[in-house]
Design a protein around this ligand. Structure first.
Ligand SMILES: Cc1cc2nc3c(=O)[nH]c(=O)nc-3n(C[C@H](O)[C@H](O)[C@H](O)COP(=O)(O)OP(=O)(O)OC[C@H]3O[C@@H](n4cnc5c(N)ncnc54)[C@H](O)[C@@H]3O)c2cc1C
Length: 369
């Protein structure tokens, strides 16, 4: 097969890149999963409406389709009192708690409707072929001048070109779902504690997400993931948020990597990385999905420039993302810096003293939990 652009990964970033290219180039999108699955990560800021509009979609229609508004955010952070931020203060309007599987399925279906060819399930591998690429996707071999890596935070697709991402720390997330026992408030909740921080929010579909973020070594030492709900209920403010859920019937607890990481480059000759493959963030930022859509749109435009003969488009795209990383680092330092109640606790010491983070970051990775 021949294509102009092969997009590897049909998550939010890959689907956005395919949509940005649809109708202007022959696009093939490959994903190793047959369809979207249940994933953690559902909070989309209101500003994402602009990106959906840039992809030619009706944001109100997309975000009304089985998703729910976030009317307020509550937190216990830096002080024992609960603070609340009303969505009225957001010029972009309320954020959205996505039914993640439905959101991704909608983007993928829209891409297909606009002529993007989807190959799934198929694990893609790429090799250089002259000035372009050969992409092996299961039974299919595709020749294309441009490849977009939208394979997510663990993508190995272009490792030899982008090289291994430098992990910022060893943050992991232990999470579970609880069934909702009654009507939920449209509020997301964050609470810090000596070993890390909690996040909880009701999800569309009658479930509540409960997630604890800490470092891999601290999780292993404390074993919090083995008594996640019990530990959450010991915090009065968090327990009050969880009143709408049946805490006696939690789902399985899963643990995933949640550290920020950035490869040395996000684009070069004939290739671009979008979404988490370009850089991924600590979930405290709630920035991953927005970044996935944003870089999908930007990578689509850069791919068109490459097809038009602009040999520097990959490097220019990569350089432009530098300011995103710098802003993320500044925000991350500001938010962790607001919590100074436990400066001696390893989790907070590592974040309040960047040198300590570097010295300690050579430890075992999340997969060892
Ligand atoms: C604990 C946690 C909580 C989070 N919470 C939030 C949140 O509330 N809000 C938010 O905005 N973000 C959140 N995020 C981040 C968000 O989930 C990610 O930023 C987002 O999923 C990135 O989208 P993506 O399309 O880049 O990658 P992904 O969603 O990971 O999609 C990558 C796709 O590529 C496919 N793939 C990979 N390699 C190959 C291959 N070789 N061949 C074929 N297919 C391949 C995979 O199957 C997958 O479908 C959270 C992340 C974590 C870890």
């Amino acid at each position: 097969m021949r294509a102009d652009v092969v997009v590897v990964g049909a998550g939010p970033a890959g689907a956005a890149a395919a949509l940005a290219l649809a109708g202007q180039a022959r696009v093939v999108m490959v994903d190793r999963r047959a369809g979207p699955e249940d994933r953690i990560g559902e909070s989309l800021p209101g500003a994402a409406r602009r990106l959906l509009a840039a992809l030619g979609m009706d944001p109100d229609a997309v975000l009304a389709d089985g998703h729910e508004p976030v009317w307020a955010r509550r937190s216990v952070w830096g002080a024992p009192q609960v603070a609340e931020l009303d969505a009225l203060a957001d010029p972009h309007g309320p954020g959205v708690r996505l039914n993640r599987r439905r959101f991704e399925a909608g983007l993928r279906a829209e891409a297909v409707a606009r002529g993007v060819q989807v190959i799934a399930p198929a694990h893609a591998r790429v090799t250089r072929d002259g000035a372009g690429w050969t992409v092996d996707a299961g039974e299919v071999r595709i020749a294309a001048p441009v490849v977009v890596d939208a394979g997510g935070r663990g993508s190995r697709l272009l490792r030899e070109h982008a090289r291994r991402p430098a992990a910022q720390d060893r943050l992991v997330c232990a999470w579970t779902h609880l069934p909702l026992a009654g009507p939920a408030q449209g509020v997301t909740f964050v609470q810090s504690e000596p070993d890390g921080w909690w996040y909880s929010a009701p999800l569309p579909g009658g479930r509540r997400l409960l997630a604890f973020h800490t470092d891999a070594d601290l999780l292993r030492a404390s074993g919090v993931h083995r008594r996640l709900v019990e530990r959450a209920l010991a915090l009065p403010a968090l327990a009050a948020e969880m009143r709408d859920a049946d805490a006696g019937r939690p789902g399985p607890v899963r643990v995933c990597a949640a550290n920020g990481a950035r490869p040395p480059a996000a684009g070069g000759r004939g290739w671009l990385a979008a979404g988490d493959a370009s850089m991924c963030f600590d979930p405290l930022s709630s920035q991953g999905l927005f970044h996935g859509l944003y870089t999908g749109v930007a990578a689509g435009r850069a791919a068109l420039a490459m097809l038009g003969g602009d040999d520097g488009a990959g490097e220019a795209y990569s350089a432009a993302l530098g300011s995103v990383w710098d802003a993320y680092l500044a925000h991350r330092a500001m938010y962790y810096g607001m919590e100074r109640r436990w400066p001696a606790a390893p989790f907070w010491r590592r974040r309040l003293a960047p040198d300590a983070v570097r010295a300690e970051s050579a430890g075992p990775r999340a997969a060892a939990v």
